[in-house]
Ligand binder design. Structure first.
Ligand code: UD1
Ligand code: CA
Length: 467
């Protein structure tokens, strides 16, 4: 038995009122279609997944090309039945097909496998995955031959429901198993004699049943996983479901999430046990967090790796960074892409860094900008230090050796090298390299005028008494 999976993703998503194709809208930090492909790829190899694209076909293909799936273009979008007609040539090598919808993103691989097994066991021409959600409004309804029988006689869309069918609560998930031969033998019978003048794949239930083929239904274990994303509000609901599911998975693995309903943790994020995540933190993209870390409120981490025992204090914004064991960042620090913070190092409040390596145990605790800097270990960067890395045209590197002390309010004009163990006096503007173990001071010389202030006050007093 050769099994292929077809994903319908050509629709525009009119109900979203968005410029972006529906299947590229994101939940859990990932486009809808990527979620569906990820589930399908747990069941068959990517090469056996055929994605039907149409609306913004090129953008959609580009977004998921690296998954290794195949594509077919449905030039005009004339309905789900029409989409499957367009996919026929690409499916000839298969005996059985599973059809998924690109806008049903919470579907679990286990459920696809259960659908497959049931479909094969029942030797059905068509198997419909169904659910009984709290609110069935808007979905197609599945009409069974009798309430307890698996046999299905038809699927009726919401707007076509007869008054006596309004009470049917079992919905069509838009996910099916098909015997390929039976499907394409009868698919030509689809007619666009409905409200939208489209070819509905759902009509295959009645067509196949009337042709004497076996059409059955199996209910998904969890109704939430087959909810569709057709509007922005539905999208937000699924996003919330997914983030809650991710938080739950992490908590099951020993991560302490203080107010799980307030945090945003994307599906691919990994966190080690005994790490504490405070309310309103966000862990996005491919972020990985070690064990025994603490991520305080309002920190936003994206595509960032933290080793064990790292502390991220309140309101930090960190992107594409690597932070080694025991380091401490923030509060209110901004690490722009390309930073590597060494073991036990500190980045304090109002520090911004970009493409900077701060070595083991080094500290930049206050009010500093570090850009394109290679900083050794045991370095102290004083408050208000600025690496002047940009001359308006080009960016230049700053290199600071181990054990260097940079006094407060220094400007290091790059390209510049501060040798190991050197000192830079506070308030210096450093434009020439500093040799190892030297002291560099570059500021105006201090002038002392003894008694000057006292004299001035005396003059003022004299003026007042004169009148
Ligand atoms: C569909 C089902 C409905 C079911 C619901 C479950 C039909 C007629 N109705 O309705 O019974 O309850 O899904 O979520 O199938 N697509 C194409 N080409 C097209 C049209 C659609 O590829 O020409 C794709 C869309 O991109 C989408 C999927 O098919 O991923 C479903 O289409 P959509 O318009 O969202 O169908 P629903 O109205 O939700
Ligand atoms: Ca839909």
């Amino acid at each position: 038995m050769r099994l292929g999976i077809v994903i319908m993703a050509a629709g525009k998503g009119t109900r979203l009122k968005s410029k972006r194709a529906k299947v590229l809208h994101e939940i859990g930090g990932r486009p809808l279609l990527e979620h569906v492909i990820a589930a399908a790829a747990q069941v068959v190899s990517p090469n056996d997944i055929l994605v039907i694209v149409g609306h913004q076909a090129e953008t959609v293909q580009a977004a998921v090309r690296d998954t290794g799936v195949r594509f077919v273009v449905q030039e005009e979008q004339r309905g789900t039945g029409h989409a499957i007609q367009a996919a026929e040539p690409g499916t000839q090598e298969y005996d059985e097909l599973i059809v998924l919808s690109g806008d049903v993103p919470l579907l679990r691989p286990e459920t696809v496998l259960a659908l497959r097994d049931f479909h094969l066991r029942e030797r059905a021409a068509m198997t419909v995955l169904t659910a009984v959600p709290a609110d069935p409004f808007g979905y197609g309804r599945v009409l069974r031959q009798s309430p307890d029988a698996p046999e299905v006689t038809a699927i009726v869309e919401q707007k076509a429901l007869e008054p006596e069918q309004l009470g049917v609560r079992e919905i069509n998930s838009g996910i099916y198993g098909f015997q390929r031969k039976a499907l394409f033998q009868h698919i030509g019978q689809l007619r666009a004699n409905n409200l939208h003048q489209e070819l509905y794949l759902t009509d295959m239930a009645r067509i196949l049943h009337d042709a004497g083929e076996r059409v059955v239904a199996i209910a998904a274990a969890q109704p939430e996983e087959v909810l569709g994303a057709n509007t922005i509000a539905e999208m937000a609901k699924l996003d919330r479901e997914l983030h809650m599911a991710t938080a739950q998975r992490l908590m099951d693995n020993g991560v302490i999430i203080q107010r799980p309903e307030t945090v945003v943790i994307d599906a691919r994020v990994e966190v080690g046990a005994d790490t504490v995540i405070e309310p309103f933190a966000q862990l996005l993209g491919k972020t990985r967090v070690g064990s025994d870390c603490r991520i305080r409120s309002y920190a936003v981490l994206e595509n960032t790796t933290l080793e064990d025992q790292v502390t991220i204090l309140h309101s930090c914004v960190i992107e594409d960074a690597r932070i080694d064991r025991g380091a401490r960042i923030g509060p209110l620090a901004h690490l722009r892409p390309g930073c590597h913070i060494g073991e036990g190092a500190h980045i304090g409040n109002f520090v911004e860094a970009k493409k900077t390596h701060l070595g083991k145990g080094s500290k930049a605790n206050h009010l500093t900008y570090l850009g394109d800097a290679e900083i050794g270990s045991g370095v102290n960067i004083g408050a208000g230090t600025i690496t002047c890395n940009y001359d308006g045209v080009n960016k230049y590197p700053t290199v600071i050796g181990d054990g260097v002390f940079i006094g407060s309010d220094s400007a290091l004009v790059a390209p510049i090298v501060i040798g190991e163990g050197a000192y830079v006096g506070a308030g210096s503007v450093i434009t020439k390299d500093v040799p190892a173990d030297a002291l560099a001071v570059a500021r105006g010389k201090q002038v002392i005028k003894e008694g000057w202030a006292k004299n001035r006050r005396a003059q003022r007093e004299a003026q007042k008494t004169r009148g």
